[in-house]
Ligand binder design. Structure first.
Ligand code: AMP
Length: 396
């Protein structure tokens, strides 16, 4: 188990807290979705209440090593001033004299937000000098940025090697929830996979093959599997380079008694456009059409399998859900996942957005805050930002 902030004495200590405040901010400096800040507040408040000097760092967008006001974290500092009772300060550079001076002035329970880490190219390069500069600001390092845990950056990896470290509440919850469901699922475990890129999900499919009896595959990625199975898919999205892997996966599934359920009917379009008319197709897709969403029969089939499950994983939309004529498959499956009574994990930005639209997400065992990170963790792959944090033994 990873050491958490509850396992260390933070009173009077300078705590460098890495968070994921990569929130959308409009041209007027208004945060248009504060989910990522809200989920972080319990860790920040805990540190304040336990008299730490809380030094928060994050990335925002992709400024690629340049100082760019568009990607400033100042609006987040203003947000924190309103949300937190104590003092909140902001410095315009995450390292250097101004930050060092401000840290020295902090009193127990104060909060200091550092400017965007990615204004320094050394952050993404995991530069050791830059990591040391960050480490110099603090006595303890806490990583709560699950969304970037799969990145080996100075603030997620390099600095963790230089200080006593721990995970925050969000990171702890993500690791425990995902690992417990994947490592020890109540059977039958059913996985619903969608999205466009087959390549991103091969690792997950391979890992799940040994864990679940049923894999429901929809979205754009289904067409690579359908083509590998000899079905005509017309102009649908196909990753030809992955056809052999798809074929091999289908054969292995058959040999191991894993039921891979592919769509059998579709909502198709003549062209990939938001206003495209939806055309129902059952079976082979004509050459001039492309599959954009799963059809009614497939939805019914998927729902039937979901009902049989005791635990569930969902990652990736089942159609081009951004276009209203092709959003139904994803929306109906999202509702079925909300209704599901067993443990369900929903990961990936699109599925999370769909599930939020579908109903009360509090009913779901775990909605992951990380896209790439949750995909990798579910696939049994290691995350540098997690691996580097100290393990502790728990008795009993
Ligand atoms: P990914 O990043 O791989 O999870 O893919 C997410 C994207 O897959 C979304 O933007 C969807 O619009 C897209 N998608 C889902 N189904 C299809 C489809 N049938 N054809 C093309 N794109 C799709």
């Amino acid at each position: 188990m990873k050491r958490t902030i509850k396992d260390i004495d933070v009173a009077g200590k300078r705590v460098l807290l890495r968070v994921d405040f990569n929130v959308p901010i409009d041209e007027n400096g208004i945060i248009t979705d504060d989910t990522r800040i809200k989920v972080e507040l319990p860790t920040i408040k805990y540190l304040i209440m336990h008299n730490a000097k809380v030094i928060i760092c994050s990335h925002l967008g992709r400024p690629d090593g340049d100082v760019n006001p568009k990607y400033s974290l100042l609006p987040v500092a203003k947000y924190l001033v309103k949300e937190l009772v104590g003092k909140v300060y902001f410095v315009s550079d995450c390292v250097g004299e101004e930050a060092e001076k401000k840290v020295e002035e902090l009193k127990d329970g104060d909060v200091l937000l550092l400017e965007n880490l990615r204004f320094h190219k050394e952050e993404e390069e995991n530069d050791s000098v830059f990591a040391q500069k960050l480490a110099n600001l603090a006595d303890i390092y806490v990583n709560d940025a699950f969304g970037t845990a799969h990145r080996k950056h100075a603030s997620t990896y390099g600095v963790a090697k230089l200080l006593p470290n721990a995970v925050g509440f969000l990171m702890g919850r993500e690791i425990n929830a995902i690992r417990s469901l994947i490592d020890n699922p109540e059977q039958p475990l059913v996985a619903i996979l969608g999205g466009a890129k087959v390549g991103d999900k091969i690792g997950l499919i391979n890992h799940l093959m040994g864990k679940c009896k049923t894999l429901l595959i929809g979205g754009g990625m289904a067409f690579t599997f359908l083509k590998a199975n000899g079905v005509s898919v017309g102009k649908s999205l196909v990753d030809d380079e992955k056809l052999d892997i798809a074929k091999e996966i289908l054969e292995r599934a058959k040999a191991n008694g894993v039921n891979i359920v592919l769509p059998c009917d579709y909502m198709c379009a003549e062209e990939f456009s938001p206003n495209a008319k939806a055309i129902k197709i059952d079976g082979d897709i004509p050459a001039d059409l492309q599959g954009m969403d799963i059809g009614k029969k497939t939805i019914k089939l998927f729902k039937k399998e979901i009902k049989k499950a005791k635990s569930l994983i969902w990652n990736g939309p089942l159609g081009v859900f951004e276009f209203k004529n092709f959003a139904r498959g994803t929306a109906v499956i999202a509702k079925a996942v909300i209704k599901f009574k067993g443990k369900a994990i929903v990961g990936g930005g699109d599925s999370v957005a769909a599930i939020k639209k579908a109903g009360d997400i509090k009913r779901i065992y775990h909605v992951s805050s990380g896209g790439g990170a949750s995909l990798k963790l579910m696939a049994g792959e290691s995350l540098p930002g997690v691996d580097i944090i100290t393990e502790i033994n728990v008795e009993g």
